[in-house]
Design a protein around this ligand. Structure first.
Ligand code: SF4
Length: 317
């Protein structure tokens, strides 16, 4: 079961030297599981992560002939690993294409470095890459749009970024959009939506926003925790220390993150069970939720849950 895999500790080979070697090959382990049979060296840890991501993708029925997967590539660690893993998986599939889209929100002192990292990665991997900016799509950088509403930064940014990604993906002929949300992100979003009493977001996955277009979205990294992602990048030499967004750190998310980390430590598998519970409720209510909830925005014509879509609402249209 997945939660057993989550009961792990990480460290350098030196900090785990006292243990026996990797349970598969005997080399020094980099991740030690509470289950004594599951200590993994760097090579097997990387293989294990890639296999779990691939299994999730296959389960979602992807990798069919003609699939064109657009990866939302911010340049940060999650989307970097997502692109690396998908590149490895897709390169062995005939007729499946990978493309990358970077959304430049216009955040001074932060985005420049991550955009450069995204360009560098796609160039090295030989992947078609497009950069779209808030200023081109919405007429202003995020810094300008937030001039008197910094407290709403992540809400405004998230809504506009989803639209930007959807627009670029549609223009590039994508059949799927893949984003780098990890296990921690997903569990935090579930709990935040419950704490806010926001049932529609919980059921419609508006952590991703209402679907701005009909290109299905997938989150292949949601089987990996933040720790696993960082460990993977460190042991494979792909880790880059990049600046953090100056708007990051919303109060509720920060508290939820701490709470979940504590619960996960004491009750291993908490995050995974939260996500699974949400999925079960979604499946149970799928028919009701899909009936009559979505309509067209009266202003821009995009799919919306109300008269105005989320983008027109945050732009004050
Ligand atoms: Fe946007 Fe918030 Fe992420 Fe910064 S932390 S990039 S404002 S969503």
């Amino acid at each position: 079961m997945y939660w057993q895999k989550e009961r792990m500790s990480f460290g350098s080979s030196r900090s785990l030297m006292a243990d026996e070697g990797c349970s598969l090959c005997g080399k020094p382990p980099v991740a030690r599981l509470f289950d004594p049979e599951r200590r993994l060296c760097a090579e097997h840890f990387v293989e294990d992560c890639a296999a779990r991501v691939k299994a999730g993708i296959m389960e979602a029925g992807l990798l069919a002939l003609g699939d064109r997967i657009a990866v939302g590539l911010s340049g940060g660690k999650d989307s970097t690993l997502l692109l690396i893993l998908l590149h490895g998986i897709v390169s062995s599939c005939t007729g499946v294409h990978l493309i990358a889209i970077t959304v430049d929100e216009g955040i001074a002192g932060y985005r420049e470095e991550t955009v450069a990292a995204a360009v560098d990665l796609t160039t090295r991997l030989g992947i078609e890459h497009r950069i779209v900016s808030f200023s081109d799509l919405f007429g202003a950088d995020l810094d300008v749009l937030l001039s008197d509403r910094e407290a709403e930064a992540c809400t405004v940014c998230g809504v506009l970024r989803r639209r930007a990604l959807a627009v670029a993906a549609a223009e590039m002929g994508a059949t799927h959009i893949a984003t780098g949300h990890n296990l921690d992100d997903e569990a935090q979003s579930v709990l935040m939506n419950v704490l806010r009493g926001d049932l529609s977001k919980l059921l419609l996955d508006t952590s991703e926003g209402l679907p701005d277009c009909f290109i299905p979205r997938i989150k292949p990294l949601s089987v990996l925790s933040e720790k696993e992602i960082t460990t993977y990048l460190l042991v494979s030499g792909a880790y880059t220390d990049l600046p953090e967004c100056p708007y990051a750190g919303g109060a509720l998310r920060g508290e939820v993150r701490g709470m979940l980390a504590d619960l996960e430590f004491r009750y291993p598998g908490t995050r995974w069970r939260l996500i699974r519970s949400r999925d079960q409720v979604r499946n149970l209510l799928a028919e009701e939720v899909s009936q009559g909830v979505l309509q067209r925005c009266v202003h821009c014509g995009e799919v919306s849950s109300g008269e105005l879509c989320s983008v027109c609402r945050v732009l004050g249209r």
